[in-house]
Design a protein around this ligand. Structure first.
Ligand SMILES: [Zn+2]
Ligand SMILES: [Zn+2]
Length: 200
């Protein structure tokens, strides 16, 4: 298991720009949506099942429309809308969206969390995770039940950012204001914090 985790992390670090684990989850969701686009659209029971679940959430409807052929998008979105319009015309209770793509993402997150917990003492995995630019959510997942030294090393990746944020805040203090300028890194700290917090 740790061999495939290692391979996945290596790929994500090489191919992706942000958090390696977000990249792996996104890859899984894209593969699923691509599969639905390729042959699922002609699969009537699948279309009915998805429509009954209320279709996809806004983000995954958008993602589907971006990666699928326009005809596939039109067919699928038509079936989602039709279900909702019929529901509305019958005056029924609104259908809650139970997005299958979100479910895929969440299952994928659970399975990575499990394999990370199994491998968090492995030096090679630890080294990869220290290079994986983890977001705040995945930082916590990777640190869960990890050896304390490694967990503190992982969080230590963000010491500079935390320092820049603290300095950004400090320089707003009335005793300092106007006397010390914000550095470029401090000015970037809000944007960098947002990147770290862009969890799902
Ligand atoms: Zn992430
Ligand atoms: Zn979704």
């Amino acid at each position: 298991m740790s061999t495939s985790l290692r391979y996945d992390l290596e790929t994500a670090i090489k191919e992706g720009e942000g958090c390696a684990l977000c990249w792996l989850e996104q890859r899984q969701v894209s593969r699923y949506l691509q599969g639905v686009s390729n042959d699922g659209v002609n699969n009537i029971p699948l279309r009915i099942r998805l429509a009954k679940r209320g279709g996809y959430c806004a983000e995954h409807s958008q993602q589907f429309a971006e990666l699928a052929h326009a005809l596939s998008s039109a067919i699928l979105l038509e079936s989602f809308l039709k279900q909702k319009l019929e529901n509305a015309m019958a005056g029924k209770r609104p259908i809650q969206i139970d997005c299958e793509a979100c479910e895929i993402l969440s299952d994928n997150r659970d399975s990575y969390a499990k394999s990370l917990r199994r491998s968090n003492k492995d030096q090679a995995i630890q080294d990869l995770l220290l290079n994986a630019r983890l977001c705040a959510t995945h930082l916590q997942i990777a640190s869960h039940r990890a050896p304390p030294l490694f967990a503190s090393q992982l969080s230590g990746e963000y010491n500079d950012l935390m320092h820049h944020l603290a300095e950004f805040i400090r320089k707003y203090d009335y005793r300092v204001a106007g006397k010390e300028q914000h550095t470029e890194a401090e000015k970037q700290s809000i944007r960098n914090a947002l990147k770290l917090l862009q969890e799902r």
